[in-house]
Design a protein around this ligand. Structure first.
Ligand SMILES: [Zn+2]
Length: 347
């Protein structure tokens, strides 16, 4: 398990939040790239806000509230996470979140885990926050990632932000805050977590895996954050990812067979591969617009052939990830994108 204190690059964001923790707004939006530990920061802030005997800028770790949170049974910590993303969360977040899962409340055990945070969960949260605090202190809600709220649940959340109950905090965590309604963003203070430099990530991973040789830069260029790299290395899959990333940066290495490329993408997980492809399309759009980033490239090749192709791919994958249609279609959609990469290279 990774402790918040290990994530040194989050220290400036933590100092900013903890310095004024007693006067924080009841709506807090934590943003920053994927896989850098925003959930850990949100949990640490929750600890501080719920602690009954805090040190100056730190939860005490000893009081009843701290102990309840550590044991994942705090009655005043309410966590909303899409069922499908529960495995990516720190341990206390996972166990607190299960209280709000439909599967815990009589839904069919064979149904697929939901990828969105539905309106029922937000209504349940609203009911919970309206009741008296179990510890006679603050009440806190964590919503991770907040961009997985759909339009109905966003409307329900807006009411909570507009009419907050006393001593209540709502912490939203998102790598894609632009997907949140402007009315929600405007009711929160924003805490931006910067992405750590590759040498910081290299050093952090080097301490954790002194035996492994990990080239961090290709991961960073695909938008894969340090915590995600850590999981990939722990699973022994970094060679698999590095091979795929190299091919996506230099499609000529992939040959002319889109099905083989799709197969390699599937090996790292279709959703993960689609996120990598979407990030590469966005990076290419930015690179063309600003000229920044071209010196980092390991070759003169591009994943996609032109600006229109990048924009189309970015938008299509974004739409697909928001409204997935099932396992078979996922594979076909991935093959379609791989066909685009291979055909554009030939033309
Ligand atoms: Zn405490």
């Amino acid at each position: 398990m990774i402790e918040f204190q290990e994530l040194s690059w989050l220290r400036p964001a933590w100092d900013q939040a903890s310095a004024h923790w007693k006067s924080l707004s009841h709506g807090i939006l934590i943003t920053g790239n994927s896989g850098i530990g925003k959930g850990h920061l949100a949990l640490e802030l929750s600890r501080l806000l719920l602690c009954t005997e805090p040190n100056e800028h730190q939860a005490c770790g000893q009081c009843a509230s701290c102990q309840l949170l550590e044991n994942s049974v705090h009655p005043d910590l309410h966590v909303l996470v899409p069922e499908a993303q529960i495995d990516n969360q720190p341990e206390p977040v996972r166990r607190h979140a299960s209280r709000y899962f439909l599967s815990e409340k009589g839904a069919s055990p064979t149904r697929k885990p939901s990828r969105v945070i539905g309106v029922d969960a937000v209504r349940l949260l609203s009911d919970s926050l309206a009741t008296k605090s179990g510890q006679a202190g603050r009440k806190l809600s964590l919503i991770v990632p907040a961009d997985r709220l759909n339009s109905n649940s966003m409307n329900a959340l807006l009411k909570l932000l507009e009419e907050p109950t006393a001593e209540t905090y709502i912490i939203l965590v998102s790598a894609r805050p632009y997907r949140l309604a402007a009315t929600i963003r405007s009711r929160c203070i924003q805490l931006e977590c910067p992405t750590p430099d590759p040498q910081v990530v290299r050093s952090w991973l080097g301490d954790r895996y002194p035996e492994a040789s990990i080239d961090v830069l290709p991961f960073a260029r695909c938008g894969i954050g340090p915590l995600q790299i850590n999981e990939i290395v722990a699973a022994g899959e970094h060679g698999l990812f590095q091979g795929l990333i190299e091919k996506l940066h230099r499609p000529s290495l992939a040959g002319d067979n889109p099905l083989l490329l799709a197969q390699e993408c599937s090996a790292v997980g279709i959703q993960t591969a689609l996120r990598i492809l979407q990030h590469l399309a966005l990076a290419q759009i930015r690179q063309r617009a600003t000229g920044v980033g071209s010196s980092r490239s390991c070759s003169s090749e591009s994943t996609f052939s032109g600006r229109e192709s990048c924009i189309q791919t970015f938008a299509e994958i974004g739409q697909f990830l928001l409204n997935p249609t099932g396992a078979v279609d996922e594979q076909l959609f991935l093959e379609d994108i791989c066909t685009r990469i291979c055909e554009e290279r030939e033309s």
